[in-house]
Design a binder for this molecule. Structure first.
Ligand SMILES: Cc1cc2nc3c(=O)[nH]c(=O)nc-3n(C[C@H](O)[C@H](O)[C@H](O)COP(=O)(O)OP(=O)(O)OC[C@H]3O[C@@H](n4cnc5c(N)ncnc54)[C@H](O)[C@@H]3O)c2cc1C
Length: 320
């Protein structure tokens, strides 16, 4: 659930971004109220248009720090074809990682391409048993909504099998597809039940997903915490979820340390500190670490130009 303004202000994304891209790809124009009360329209109503700087793109994802969005003009796309869904289980991360690489290289564009790790699978089985065997160490969930979905699904099955999948299920039935996707939908609710939680959001190059998950496993061991990883394998955007006992001061500190170590690992792997959730307050210092000094200065200059009195979301998103 979210508001349209919040969706645009965070440049939100989700499961279908691997094919369709994020919110920004659909925003043609905006009405924005500036910090001094002036109202402006940026962007266009036409399919194409390159007049002036792309102020629309500047406001999308600015997390309310540059202006308040009051109207949005969106691009429409045709409805997708009936999807085919594929669920593949793997004994370990390596197999799932090989499948991710093979699928990414194969020239197929799945509309959903999701990953679940062993901890998340265990949590899902504890909440609502879906029948994953105890030897399952990783799951990939894929969907194609292309006109050639049948051929795509057959190719996805073959690629998962070649990568050593334990089991591959495929469906063209809407109810059955819904049931296969249930595992992904349950990921966060299943982890949330295990205690207090800190949901991270980092994005790494697809070829480094396995390295990220391995690092998260090591961090979980070091800090004595449970950390489930699930997310968008197709674009490398993972959501390591740190579980801890909020009543225990030591566990709270360990959880925060783990969160920071994961965010740092994402940068070291050539990734970014947030793939879709945004910077907010929690990651404002991380933005400064990710940006080079010149880019950091440009952010500060823009904030100063749009909001000289720092009225809009002070301390959020943009470095000062
Ligand atoms: C459990 C959980 C799961 C999430 N999953 C996802 C996910 O899958 N994908 C994803 O992209 N994000 C996700 N998020 C992050 C976030 O909730 C989304 O990006 C969402 O779209 C934000 O919209 P909202 O209406 O909730 O905005 P809010 O949380 O109310 O606001 C978000 C930011 O946008 C600003 N804002 C809100 N409205 C406007 C406006 N009209 N004009 C200017 N600025 C405005 C606010 O000031 C704030 O800085 C998740 C968050 C949580 C807690």
């Amino acid at each position: 659930m979210c508001t349209i303004g919040g969706n645009v202000a965070t440049n939100a994304g989700g499961m279908c971004c691997v094919k369709y891209g994020v919110t920004a790809n659909y925003v043609l124009g905006l009405e924005v109220v500036l910090a001094d009360g002036r109202v402006t329209r940026v962007g266009r109503n036409t399919v194409k248009g390159v007049a002036g700087l792309d102020l629309t793109r500047l406001f999308v994802g600015s997390e309310g720090a540059l202006g308040v969005i009051t109207e949005v003009t969106l691009r429409l796309v045709p409805s997708p074809a009936e999807p085919r869904t594929v669920l593949a289980t793997f004994a370990d991360l390596q197999g799932a990682g090989s499948a991710v690489e093979a699928i990414s290289r194969a020239g197929i564009t799945p509309s959903i391409f999701e990953f679940l790790d062993r901890t998340t699978i265990g949590a899902i089985e504890a909440l609502s048993p879906l029948g994953f065997e105890s030897n399952v160490g990783a799951v990939l969930l894929l969907q194609s909504d292309d006109k050639a979905a049948k051929e795509d699904a057959a190719a996805l099955v073959a690629l998962c099998e070649e990568a050593g999948a334990l089991d591959v299920a495929v469906s063209d039935d809407a109810d059955e597809s819904h049931a296969l996707l249930e595992a992904r939908r349950l990921a966060l609710p299943a982890l949330e039940r295990l205690g207090d939680w800190l949901l991270d959001d980092v994005c790494v190059p697809r070829a480094r997903i396995v390295d990220l998950v391995r690092l998260v496993e090591r961090i979980a061991d070091d800090e004595g915490l449970k950390i489930g990883v699930f997310g968008h394998a197709g674009d490398g955007n993972m959501h390591p979820t740190v579980i801890f006992d909020g009543a225990d001061q030591g566990a709270r500190r360990a959880a925060r340390r783990a969160f920071d170590r994961i965010t740092s690992a994402a940068l070291e792997l050539g990734g970014t500190v947030t793939g879709e959730h945004g910077i907010g307050r929690l990651k404002s210092s991380w933005l400064t670490r990710e940006l080079d000094p010149v880019a950091s200065d440009l952010h500060a200059l823009l904030k100063q130009a749009f909001d000289p009195k720092a009225l809009l979301n002070p301390g959020v998103a943009l470095p000062r």
